[in-house]
Every structure is written in structure tokens, then in C-alpha cells.
Design a protein around this ligand. Structure first.
Ligand code: GUN
Length: 288
């Protein structure tokens, strides 16, 4: 059996199209242009690529995009002052501070300074707590994308066994909550878990979000399972180029899985599309 490929490119493009149509409606019916502010501190090359892509896709969806670039040695107080200014700016409905922040800056303090109503990353403790309590909340974009990709294969996740490998605030933990909301049975695995292969063997849905290249092996996967690979790892490739690989040994997993996301072209495509969804949601809630 060869797994079917879950095409994040196509699914993300469809989602962006739906967002653009809704943005046009909100503009014409309510006179509101949803606006997203992205704050980039320092010059991490991977973060710069993400931020450029967010800027382009936000504009293509018909939204306003505001970029704020600050030097890596910015004072914590100045960064928080910018966030507070964005909190009160009526043209800004979503605020995203690109992570990771350079050393010396207090990520928790910066995230806590964001108005929860504009927290399109879903990282503020108010939104994380609401999600964990089963209340409506702005939720982190990558886990939202994972759920949409899974639902492109399975209409309902009710009663399915899911394993989430990784427990970060940005992916693993919120993904667990979203899966619980879908009535899945969830196992949370992490670097201290014992016998990951055995845990995976019981899972109908496997989510790999550990940041370790090809850690999940093909023979761990239950035949026919759906595999969602959140990892994006850069390895040295041919001719001095870098090669992107996920957290799953893709060629191996293709032989056992029922459906699988590629890297690149899987989850990564969905994150920015879901950021646009969250910005639109935030704008509609603010102008309700
Ligand atoms: N860095 C990598 N992914 C993300 C994300 O989803 N949000 C933020 N703020 N930073 C990131």
C-alpha cells in the first residue's frame, strides 16, 4: 500500500480564497479592512522568510499588512511599548510577534502584553486557557492547520486514537486541546516518553511536532494511519544546498500510512492561511 499525499498547497490555497472572499464582503458591507501587524525582532533568516510570506499573503487576501522590524538589541520596554501601541490602533485587528525572540528578551512578558482579542497566534494565557476550557478562543495557527488537513481525510475524528508527539505551547499543547474538542482520544508523547514506537502503533492519527529530523520511523506507523508531519528541519543537501525534512521518515512512512503530509508542501502551507482566518475572525469580533 502507498499512502495518499495530503496536499497542503491546494488545501491552503482554497482556504486563502475563502478568506479573500469574506474579506471583500466585510469591506463592502461593514467598511472594515482587517489588518495584521507582524513584529520581527532581529534578523533570523528563517523568520525573515516567514514574515515576508505573511506580508505577501495578507495583502493578497485584501487585508492591511503592517510590518514592524526592530533591532535584536531592542530594549524589552520598547518592544512592549510597540505592542501596547498596536493594541490601541483601530486599524490593527491581529498582532503577531515572530518567535523565537533574540536572547535577552522575555517572551512570556511580550506575549502577555498582547490584547487577547488581537492575539492571532492564540498564545496569550487567556486564549490558551479558554481553549483548554473548551471555550471559543483564538487558537494557534499551526494546530488549526493540522486539524483542517486531518479533516480533509476524515470527516469526523470522534473516537479516533490520536498521538501528539511534542508539547510546545505553539503546537503540541494546543493541538491536544483541538483534538479533544473533536472528541478524539489523545495520547501526549514527548522527549521523556517511553517506547514511542509502541504508543504510535495504536494511533489512527499521528502528529509529529518534535523538531527532530525523521525521528518517527515508518514501522512505528499503524497500517492505514493518517500522519501529519509538523517538522521542518534543514539538513545539508547536495551541492552545498539545504534539504528540508520533516520529523517523520517520509519514504518509510509512505509504505505503511494511509495518508501523509509531505515536507515541504504540507502543514507549513496551512499556518499562514490559518493566520489569515484568525485575523478575519478577530476583526469581525472587534467590530461586532
Ligand atoms: N515562529 C514559527 N512559527 C510561528 C508562529 O506560528 N507564530 C509565531 N509568532 N512565531 C512563529
Amino acid at each position: 500500500m502507498t499512502a495518499s499525499i495530503i496536499d497542503g498547497k491546494i488545501i491552503a490555497a482554497e482556504l486563502r480564497g475563502r478568506v479573500a472572499a469574506e474579506v471583500a464582503r466585510v469591506k463592502s458591507e461593514h467598511g472594515v479592512t482587517p489588518g495584521l501587524a507582524v513584529v520581527l525582532v532581529g534578523s533570523d533568516p528563517a523568520s525573515e522568510v516567514y514574515v515576508r510570506s505573511k506580508h505577501k499573503q495578507t495583502q493578497e487576501a485584501g487585508m492591511a499588512s503592517f510590518e514592524h522590524k526592530l533591532p535584536a538589541d531592542v530594549a524589552q520596554a520598547d518592544l512592549i511599548a510597540l505592542v501596547q501601541k498596536l493594541n490601541t490602533d483601530p486599524t490593527v485587528h491581529g498582532i503577531l510577534v515572530q518567535l523565537p525572540l533574540p536572547k535577552g528578551l522575555d517572551t512570556d512578558a511580550v506575549v502577555n502584553a498582547i490584547d487577547p482579542a488581537k492575539d492571532v497566534d492564540g498564545l496569550h494565557p487567556t486564549n490558551a486557557g479558554r481553549l483548554a476550557s473548551g471555550m471559543p478562543a483564538l487558537s494557534p495557527c499551526t494546530p488549526l492547520g493540522c486539524i483542517i488537513l486531518t479533516k480533509s481525510v476524515h470527516k469526523s475524528l470522534e473516537g479516533m486514537n490520536a498521538i501528539v508527539i511534542g508539547r510546545s505551547n505553539l503546537v503540541g499543547r494546543p493541538l491536544v486541546q483541538l483534538l479533544l474538542n473533536e472528541n478524539a482520544t489523545v495520547t501526549i508523547a514527548h522527549s521523556k516518553s517511553r517506547d514511542l514506537a509502541k504508543l504510535c502503533a495504536q494511533a489512527d492519527l499521528v502528529y509529529a511536532a518534535v523538531g527532530r529530523p525523521e525521528m518517527v520511523r515508518g514501522d512505528w506507523i499503524k497500517p492505514g494511519a493518517t500522519v501529519i508531519d509538523v517538522g521542518i528541519n534543514r539538513l545539508p543537501g547536495a551541492e552545498g544546498k539545504t534539504r528540508l525534512v520533516g520529523d517523520v521518515a517520509y519514504q518509510e512512512a509512505l509504505k505503511t500510512a494511509g495518508a501523509i503530509t509531505p515536507v515541504p508542501g504540507g502543514v507549513g502551507q496551512m499556518t499562514v492561511a490559518c493566520l489569515l482566518v484568525n485575523t478575519l475572525r478577530a476583526a469581525c469580533a472587534i467590530h461586532k
